[in-house]
Design a protein around this ligand. Structure first.
Ligand SMILES: C[S@@+](CC[C@H](N)C(=O)[O-])C[C@H]1O[C@@H](n2cnc3c(N)ncnc32)[C@H](O)[C@@H]1O
Length: 285
């Protein structure tokens, strides 16, 4: 292979990775990376699209005590709640909230002194950086870190449930890490036009809209991502691999850019979907 480009499971609980531990996920990725080394041509590239894990559970992390100003502005006092509860012993928290004109959380916080973020009994979650791990696994396999780019996607509020009651930011960028296998690399500036080099070829930050949620695949990347990587790091007629091919986006970009491709997926339905999508795209002669 001249180039392998892929986006693996991110260890964030998608349906195809729900049952894996972080250790199992790490083993999968480090093995996949190690197995690339013998099949990438000398001077060729391995490019990985991945994101940091924004909600990594850590049982040793102290509970985050949110001193929430918005809650404090709520005028309902503990005494008022206790009085209302005494007057209506059959009312639950929601009914008391409706009676007093506040939220159910206010009732709970005032009565149980609970201001813990992220669920009372849940393990706290932190940000886990993934790039350093990927670099370690790739360098252990014999690759060298050649470059890294940032893909700015649409803000994904669902993955950032903590944003409204914390200072944390929304999930809106990922990385492309590029590793190089020592050997002779053809540098061909003619692969892109002058304006393309200026617009994205030489730029570290790529703004590309995300694929809207769809019924095909829950974690598709936009075709513009493999299109750019393929155009930069391979030549027409070369072979491009995606061992986590999903709905076949890398393969479609490869066909479009007149490269050969090879793709795998663990889920037979996704492999079938990728086959269908590529079969309906005119193949490279
Ligand atoms: C992030 S998605 C890739 C999506 C793809 N780039 C697209 O645009 O459709 C990761 C894919 O890896 C697949 N996968 C998970 N574990 C795998 C394994 N051990 N071997 C091959 N594929 C696997 C999942 O089924 C999923 O389709």
């Amino acid at each position: 292979m001249a180039l392998s480009f892929w986006s693996p499971p991110y260890c964030v609980g998608k349906s195809y990775e729900k049952t894996w531990s972080f250790e199992e996920w790490s083993t999968l990725l480090s093995e996949v990376i190690a197995r690339h080394f013998p099949v990438i041509v000398p001077g060729g590239f391995l490019a990985i699209n991945i994101a940091d894990i924004l909600t990594f559970p850590d049982p040793s992390m102290p509970r985050i005590q949110a001193d929430n100003v918005a809650t404090k502005r709520q005028r309902v006092t503990r005494q008022q709640i206790l009085a209302a509860a005494a007057a209506h012993p059959d009312y639950n928290r929601y009914q008391l909230a409706a009676l007093l004109g506040c939220s159910e959380q206010t009732i709970q916080r005032r009565t149980e002194h609970n201001n813990v973020r992220g669920g009372k009994y849940q393990v706290q979650r932190k940000v886990k950086l993934v790039g350093g791990l990927v670099q370690e696994w790739a360098e252990a396999a014999g690759f060298y870190m050649y470059d890294r780019r940032v893909w700015v996607k649409d803000p994904c509020w669902v993955n950032s449930r903590w944003h409204s009651l914390s200072y944390r930011s929304v999930d809106e960028f990922e990385y492309v890490y590029v590793f190089w296998k020592p050997g002779i690399t053809t540098v061909d500036r003619a692969r892109l036009k002058r304006q393309e080099w200026a617009d994205w070829g030489s730029r570290a930050v790529w703004s590309i809209p995300s694929v809207r949620s769809n019924d095909d695949h829950e974690a598709q990347f936009p075709i513009e991502l493999p299109r750019r990587v393929i155009r930069l790091f391979s030549a027409p007629g070369e072979l491009v691999l995606d061992p986590f091919v999903g709905s076949g986006t890398t393969a479609l970009a490869a066909i479009e850019q007149r490269r050969h491709y090879l793709g795998f997926d663990l889920e037979p339905d996704y492999a079938a979907l990728a086959s269908r999508r590529t079969t309906h795209t005119p193949a490279l002669i």
